[in-house]
Each structure stands twice: as C-alpha cells, then as structure tokens.
Design a protein around this ligand. Structure first.
Ligand SMILES: *[C@@H]1O[C@H](CO)[C@@H](O)[C@H](O)[C@H]1NC(C)=O
Ligand SMILES: *[C@@H]1O[C@H](CO)[C@@H](O)[C@H](O)[C@H]1NC(C)=O
Length: 252
C-alpha cells in the first residue's frame, strides 16, 4: 500500500489533501499551566484558517513543519498565546520551507518563518534552545504540546494549550532516518503539526506525521538539519557581509 494512505496529516482542517485521513488528536495529557511554555507559537493561515504549532528559536525566527505551508502563503504567527479565543496581534512572516520537502511525502518536514517584526521577549514570550551539535544523546522522555484535537475521530480542537509526555522509540524503528518517533494511544493530533518535541531543556523534534496503522507519530529530527538552519538564519550582519563579498568577488 502506498505510504501516503497510511499517514495522517496533522494539520487542522486538512480537507485539502486527498489521501490524508482526519483521524487523530492530542489525546491524553493535560492543559498546560498558562504561559508555562512561552516559546510555543500559534500559527494560522489568514485565509484558510488552518492552524499549526511552532516555536520561537530566535527573536526573528519561528520553526515549524513544512507541510503547514501546503496551501498557505498567508501565515500569521501569534506569540505568548494560552487561549486561542484571546489572540494578540499576529505577526506576518516570510516562509522558508526546506527545499527537499515534497507535498504528501514524508521527509524534510521542516520550515523556518522569519518574523517581519521581531518578537519582544518577556515573561510570556521566550526562546527555546536548539540542541547543541555535540549533544547527540537524546533523552527518551519528552513532551509535546499543541492546540490540536483531544479525541480520535471527533473534531475537538482545544482553545487552551495542552501537553502530554511521550517516550521515544529507538530511532532505527522510526522508518526514516531523519525522524524521531513514539508509539501509542496518546500524543499529538490533528492541529498539532509543527509543534515542538521537547526533551530535557532542548527542542529535538517537530510534529510531522502519524501512521495510523501502527499508532506511530513521527517528528522531524532537528539536528539533521543544522547546516540548512544555519544557512537560512545567518545573522543579518553576516548576510550583508556575504552580499558585499559576492559583489566584490564579481568586481575583481
Ligand atoms: C502574560 O499573560 C498574562 C495573562 O494573559 C497577562 O495578564 C500578562 O500581562 C502577560 N505578561 C506580559 C509581560 O505580557
Ligand atoms: C510529564 O512528566 C513529568 C515528570 O515525570 C511530570 O512532572 C509531568 O506532570 C508530566 N506531564 C504530563 C502532561 O503528564
């Protein structure tokens, strides 16, 4: 059977993509203490109202899943949200999906959103650290969060942020090399795409897809993408320098 038919798109209101079923939800877990996860970002398309999670990794960058951009050229991000009935002003972004990502195919499901207005950090809005390249060992005890569905087979998004603990499987059992995964009846659901998989003090994964037949949820393994992330997120000064250098090289 084609792998596409086994994968549940975790986008909320994912009516757009044939072959993706709308089956799952953050099932289990509990409501997060309000503003206790200040790096968490709510993302919504202005037109389709498709929702995703994401997380702030620098004052000017949010990380999420590439499939959150399928039909969405109008993403807005909302920082410091607890209840989605109570959204602050949204911030517009430029989207940088990983160039290797292909719609309806697993893999390279990672995207950076550059904020057009930098985040103002405070008690409710903060940055989560990416793992250090040298810290290869990952704690298997992780937490995942989002505003997605709370029940299987029933549209039940949550207005308040919810979180659940998951235990990672050995990566070799995850199917593809660039993913982390967990198996079982609790975990991210429809609408939780793009949210962070937090293990210890670091974000290690991005909620990517769910394989219904074996109750497996997969997360993009962030550390596999360090060099791409670094290229996209070069500090502005360095980008300017390289532009200059490019001009000078041509000139010479
Ligand atoms: C954080 O959120 C709470 C509750 O929504 C609000 O009362 C408070 O003013 C916010 N703090 C900051 C620094 O924005
Ligand atoms: C996750 O595990 C931690 C540590 O064991 C615990 O304190 C926390 O309440 C758990 N969270 C949930 C949502 O069950």
């Amino acid at each position: 059977m084609n792998i596409l038919w086994q994968i549940t798109c975790l986008l909320l209101l994912c009516s757009c993509t044939p072959g993706f079923s709308t089956h799952d939800g953050i099932v289990g877990g509990k409501d997060s203490v309000p503003h206790s996860r200040p790096y968490m970002v709510y993302i919504r398309d202005k037109i389709t109202e498709q929702a995703c999670g994401g997380f702030l990794i620098r004052e000017d960058y949010v990380m999420t899943a590439a499939h959150c951009n399928i039909h969405c050229r109008n993403l807005m991000v909302y920082l410091g949200v607890d209840n989605t009935n109570n959204l602050p002003c949204g911030i517009e972004v430029d989207a940088f999906p990983h160039p290797g990502y292909k719609i309806k195919r697993p893999g390279h499901d990672i995207m950076l959103l550059k904020l057009k207005t930098k985040a103002i950090l405070n008690k409710n809005v903060s940055i989560i650290s990416l793992p250090k390249p040298e810290n290869e060992a990952i704690s298997k005890n992780c937490m995942v969060m989002g505003w997605g569905w709370r029940k299987y087979d029933e549209e039940s998004p949550s207005n308040v942020l919810r979180e659940v603990n998951v235990t990672l499987l050995d990566s070799k059992n995850c199917g593809t090399a660039d993913t982390l995964c967990n198996q079982g009846s609790v975990g991210p659901a429809q609408g939780d795409s793009g949210g962070p998989l937090v293990c210890g003090n670091y974000v290690q994964g991005i909620v990517a897809f769910h394989k219904k037949s074996i109750s497996l949820t997969a997360y993009t393994h962030i550390s596999h993408y360090f060099s791409w992330i670094h290229d996209v997120m070069k500090p502005p000064a360095q980008q300017q320098y390289e532009t200059w250098k490019g001009k000078l090289d041509k000139f010479i």
